[in-house]
Design a protein around this ligand. Sequence first.
Ligand SMILES: *Cc1c(COP(=O)(O)O)cnc(C)c1O
Length: 430
Amino acid sequence: MSEPSQSAPGRAALSVADPEIASLIAREERREADKLRLIASENYASRAVLEASASCLTNKYSEGYPHKRYYEGQQIIDEVEELAKSRLRALFGKPLADPAQLHVNVQPYSGSPANLAVYLAFVKPGETVMGLGLAAGGHLTHGHTVSITGKFFHSVPYGVRKEDHRIDLEEARRLAREHRPKLIWCGTTAYPRTLDFAAFRSIADEVGAILAADIAHISGLVAAGLHPSPVGVADVVTSTTHKTLRGPRGGMIFCKPEHASAIDRAVFPGLQGGPHNHTTAGIAVAAREASTPEFVAYARRIVDNAQTLAEALKERGFSLVTGGTDNHLLLVDMTPKNIGGKPYAQALDRAGIVCNYNAIPFDPRKPMDPSGIRMGTPCVSSRGMGKDEMKRLAGFMDEVAKSQAPEVCDRIAAEVREMCGHFPAPGLSV
Ligand SMILES: *Cc1c(COP(=O)(O)O)cnc(C)c1O
């Protein structure tokens, strides 16, 4: 038998088949290698995760769940999905007396569809739901007006306290008593502190609501035991798989056995067709990685780096929302530095430091031109950076806060590139 020809249909490498896209990917790889990436939701998936996610599993249709599929040929796919689920059960089921009781669904296409499945499972259009408001650090899918979740459901947002910008549990309890929501979300996308899941449980119990915890940002910290787990406390837990957990882009749902069939039916056939099997394989790989001591060390580095950066910034006169951080992210109020979040984020980007502009609680400025920036340490921690690099970063940030002149930013960008060169990023080939 001869080797299959490289000129047979579809067998050419990307660089040959589509040099334009290949070159764009190569440029993005260079960017990811050379920059200090501080977007709190981003990370570097490992090469193993990338390989699994880019595999031939993308070719297979498998509507349904393992051993209950609508098409034939599922011998391998069933094993892949079962493996992903059992690894996640071992990882996230730890708080339960019997981790086997944790129901796992790995089919949501991403974090937002995972959350939609929760609505579909438990709430009817027009019924009342509660979540942390967007401006206070909540997610769009927790009932914001521009989201389908705020349009199809009656959404009552709770917020943070004026005095310390911590979640206002008393307000949440008062609103819950008044509005009797069917579903209460706890979970955040721009909140630097740990969440008190037990307090939310007591609020939900008082009004007979389903409690859903969305750990999209923090699931890597939860898996490593560095943030309290809502498993065993909330009725349902949703998450992305690609933020601190460092898997492929995807979503997952954990729930108690009594909600298993409602959740599964909501995901398929309620919301989706065939699951993304290549993603499921990537999630399985990430779950295996997340069960190692190396992952726990990485997660610890995330929190240490965030706290070191927070202290170093405070020493330089920066103002942090809530005064610091317990997790992977920082919200910096740029008001004392006399620069808006957006022009500052743009100048930092030119300086090789990539973050996003972000509203701060009770922000007097407009959402498109807010007072703050949000930064997270998952990416730099995945590269193995530590205290020294965080202190240097704070110095760079201080310089850019003082001057956004192109020559200042370009000089810092060169220093950043040099520093990044000492910390090869997972998954990249440069
Ligand atoms: C990122 C995020 C989501 C949405 O995830 P996508 O994969 O972007 O759809 C949902 N909830 C929270 C709290 C998030 O931070």
